[in-house]
Design a binder for this molecule. Structure first.
Ligand code: PGA
Length: 264
């Protein structure tokens, strides 16, 4: 294995989307924390949960306060405060010491019409408040089939990176999530994912030392395909939707990451 792989950590992140209820959210976080304990000793392996915003504080305070599992939100708004009914500001997230926040998930881009520019504003606001942005990018099937995949990824990346200095740019975590693989049960193959990740790393290399940037893969990751995906040179972790709602499946993905790390 190449030397560069040794330098990068792995992050397994669970995006619960708009699922669970208050009691189920606490229970699920507890099940994940209990079952993952032994893997959390691995200093190169990070785990984070992205529950619905309304449950995040209780999960952090009541379930994870003594556990090395991060908590993040799934969305934020870039304005610091004011008349934006229903929105959550970055400063609110920072004030609760949540470590991460997703930005530009494809469901936000598609259903809520978030543009590359809005996503860039959100990422920049998160960086200013020291919350690590997990910038989600990815092409639709149509874009891939019509040969526009790299163009789409480039536009999604450039909107965010163009105005950043390299030190700041290196703090962004990228999640490559091909839209056609999200929630479909059809993951990108390990070769397809690796090739997209390689392109992304090379492109981000124009703005910073991209060997320092974590690039997660997302889209139908399960305990069954995680090892193959996570073994790829440029795949530094997974953003997991459906499988993160079942503690045993999510644990299987954490175990796979641990196994990959111990094999290099
Ligand atoms: P999935 O979702 O694992 O259910 O495909 C991934 C995501 O949307 O982050």
């Amino acid at each position: 294995m190449s030397e560069s792989l040794h330098k990068r950590r792995k992050l397994i992140a669970g995006n619960w989307k708009m699922n669970t209820t208050s009691s189920r959210a606490l229970e699920l976080a507890g099940q994940i924390a209990d079952s993952a304990t032994q893997y959390l000793d691995n200093p190169l392996l990070d785990v984070a949960l992205f529950p619905p915003a309304v449950f995040a504080e209780r999960i952090a305070r009541e379930v994870l306060s003594q556990v090395r599992i991060g908590v993040g939100l799934q969305n934020c708004y870039n304005e610091p405060y004011g008349a934006f009914t229903g929105e959550i500001s970055v400063d609110m997230i920072a004030s609760l010491k949540f470590g991460y926040c997703l930005a530009g998930h494809s469901e936000r881009r598609t259903i809520f019409k978030e543009s590359n520019e809005l996503v860039a504003h959100k990422v920049h606001a998160l960086l200013k408040s020291d919350v690590i942005p997990v910038l989600c990018i990815g092409e639709t099937l149509d874009e891939r089939n019509s040969g526009r995949m790299f163009e789409v990824l480039t536009a999604q990346l450039d909107a965010v990176y163009q105005s950043l200095n390299s030190h700041t740019a290196e703090r962004i975590i990228i999640a490559y999530e091909p839209v056609w693989a999200i929630g479909t049960g059809v993951s990108a193959s390990k070769e397809e994912a690796q090739s997209a990740h390689e392109f992304i790393r090379a492109h981000v290399g124009r703005f910073c030392d991209s060997e320092k940037v974590l690039i997660l893969y997302g889209g139908s990751v399960t305990n069954e395909n995680a090892f193959d995906l996570l073994s790829q040179h440029d795949i530094d972790g997974a953003l997991v939707g459906g499988a993160s709602l079942v503690a045993e499946k999510f644990l299987g993905i954490i175990q796979s990451a641990d196994k990959v790390l111990s094999s290099i």
